[in-house]
Every structure is written in structure tokens, then in C-alpha cells.
Design a protein around this ligand. Sequence first.
Ligand code: NAD
Length: 443
Amino acid sequence: MRMTVIGCGYLGAVHAASMAQLGHDVVGIDVDEAKIAALAGGLPPFFEPGLPELLDRALATGRLRFSTDMADARGSAVHFVAVGTPQQPGALAADLTYVHAAIDALAPMLEPGDLVAGKSTVPVGTARAIAARLADTGALVAWNPEFLREGFAIQDTLHPDRLVYGLPDEAPDVARAVLDEVYAATIADGTPVVATDLETAELVKSAANAFLATKISFINAMAEVCEAAGADVTQLADAIGHDARIGRRFLNAGLGFGGGCLPKDIRAFMARAGELGADQALTFLREVDQINMRRRSRAVDLAREALDGSVLGRKIAVLGLAFKPDSDDVRDSPALNVAAQLALQGAAVLCHDPRAIEPARHRFPELAYVETVADAVRDADAVLVLTEWDEYRELDPVALGQDVAQRIVIDGRNCLDSGAWRAAGWRYRALGRPREARALQAA
Ligand code: NAD
């Protein structure tokens, strides 16, 4: 099938390459010339495991190309829209400028019967407005929200938990048949399809992200209570997670969520609910957001407490900048936020990340970055682990202890073996685990 993917960022580049892998003839279109040149040369402009190999394979088939010219969308049967929908500056709502610009540029290229399939995360009602805007082209509009996780994006695109189709009222069967053909191989693998109307499909995505954010903030709220009560949040999570109705996944207390999706998506959801007169239904998301943001300040407080009340002039190694491991995405990254707060409070912060140094430097050029963990920790007064990369989980606390000025570690993700670190003489502190601090005082 011939198809277009408009917007070749974290979502669109993976989608375009994956669709070519499934046998389709794909053109990826983006306004960013540097990004398109990199992708056309087989070099992803961001880190995603497996993407360089997938791009190479797909480009070699001749079924994948990249362009900055929307005219190349002509002749495609399906046009996926995967452009960014960031938070509006100074407001909670989503900024739909890029979606509207993409649709305006695409409109003259459309033929009657084409399907425009939105993948971007948008406020409910957007798809219907786009359908009205495109009515005179004869194209159909569907919404096919995306649930991929960065770090697992290829697996999630080729083998998603489910496919969601928001179908147009006027010809749902036609749109469904097109999407079924796009995803024929995925469906043949047993992926369930939930076919519904446009509004429900848009809301499925918002609701899924709101639920995930709530689950993370729930356990982080428990971490706050554990800190006050002298309990251990990781043991609490293990214990409640055994209940199948609760489940252990997404119950890791720590620095909380960040990235280009959850924070802006729950805010956009609140803003949209307000416009619809349903703001009361989502006021709890404000609390979810606040619990999440408090974790960042708490990590800074832990560092200050561990350093006897002030970080001024203290040398701090920050390990981890990406908002999650296996990604170089630093959009609204809790780790980067903590690093910046410490630097602003006068600490000499040396930052390391296996993949995200350049994107982090781009956002915060004033922070100091080093290429190796050894360079970050040398003579450090405290080591903060803020993204749970395997490289950090596997650090040898005995060897590392030789290089630092003081053996103080703050585990911002509850990802280290506290026993091993303490046995190696480290003062180990973590969010939601004050007993670790008490064990230290008793030792
Ligand atoms: P991104 O910023 O990495 O990519 C967006 C791309 O769109 C950029 O390359 C940008 O240059 C391009 N673009 C902007 N305006 C354009 C236009 N008029 N024409 C063509 N291209 C244009 O963002 P992303 O992370 O890929 O997210 C894209 C959308 O997908 C968002 O709505 C996001 O919420 C949603 N989403 C993202 C993920 C994820 O894990 N990244 C997962 C699910 C859903």
C-alpha cells in the first residue's frame, strides 16, 4: 500500500520505517530538513534501539523514502499524521499549530477516497474538526492513536497491545477496511482491534496516559507517606503488586514521570475537559501532576540533607539525563530538572548519560557534561542516579567508592541494590525509603 507519514520524530520515523518493514511503500515527510537528510541517509536523528538497523533494511528495499515536500504525499492511499502536539506556552492546553499546518499543507494533495489517519495525541474533538476542514477534498478522516513506548518503539509499533481505530461516521466500513489492510500482518499476529468513533479513539489515548500517570503518582504519594512514617515504599509496592487487580508494573516509586507525552498529555486533558464543562472530572489530575513535580524537589532536598544542609560548592555527579532509560529524550526530564536545580543552588554538577548528553546540552548548555561515569564521579561529594540505565544498575559500588570524595549515593529511581552499596561503605539514600537512612545512622 502506498502511504505517507507526516512528521518524522520519535513516533513518525519509527512508524514510517515499520510500515515499510511490513511491506508498504512509504514516504516520510517532515518540515525539518536536517532530520529528513539524516533519515534518508539511514541515520536516525535520535536514539531508539534497533532503529538504525530497521532504517537500513527498509531503505535498502526501496520502499521507504523521506522528503520535505508535501507534494510527495500525492498518490498515497493513507496519510498518517504524526506531528508534535506540545503544551502551549503559558497554558495547560495542547498546541495544535503543527497539526493544523500539516493538514493545511496536505489538503491540496488529497484525492477523494484517501484516508487521513491521525496518530498524534490530540484533544477530543480535533479529528471531527479536521474532517470538517477536509470535507471538500473527499478524503476520509480516522484517528488511530499511538501507544508506543520510547525504548521499545519498534516492538510496540509492529506488535502493539491493541490497535484503536476512531472511524468517521459517514463511511466507517471503508475506513476500517483501509486500516485493516495497513495492519494486516499485525492483525494476523493476533493483535486485537478496537474500532470505535473518533471521539472515543481520541479519549482512549488521553485516558490511557492519565491512568499511567495516576499509577506512578499514586506510588509516589505512598513514598511521601512512607517517608513520613518510616516505612519502605519498594516493599510496599512489591506487596500490593502481588494483587492481580493492582499489578506491580508502573509502581516504581522514584523521581516520577516526564518526557514528551505524559506531563503535557494530562495537562491537555484537563484543559480540554474544562472547555467541555467536565473539569471537575479531572481535577484529580492536577494532584497527580503536583505529586509528580514534588518528587523532583524532594530529590534535591535529599541531596542537600545528605550534604549537611547545603550543596553550595559541593561536587555532585549526576548519572542519567534522559527521562527514561533506552532513550535520548530529555523533554521534561525529571533527571535534567534535578541536575539544573542543583546547579542553580551552587553545586558543581557533572552530568553523564549513555545517550542523552547532546540533547541535554542543547536544552541546558550551562550544565557541565562528561563522557564517562568515571569522569563524573571523580572526587564527587555525592553521586545521584536519576535515570535507571542498566549501565548504572550494574555499577560496582566497591570500585566506584575508590574514586569519590565521599561515599554518598542518592538512588532517584530505587534501581540500585541498596545492600551492596551499603556493604561497600556508601551512605545510601532513596526516595520513599527512610529506613535506609535509619539503617545508616545505626551503622
Ligand atoms: P517529535 O517532536 O519527536 O516529532 C514531531 C515531528 O513533527 C518533528 O520532526 C517536526 O519537525 C514534525 N513537524 C512539525 N510540524 C510539521 C509539519 N507541518 N509538517 C511535517 N512535519 C512537521 O514528537 P513525537 O514524540 O514523535 O510525538 C508526535 C506525536 O505523537 C505527539 O502528538 C505525541 O504526543 C504523540 N505520541 C508520541 C509518543 C512518543 O513516545 N514519542 C508516543 C505516542 C504518541
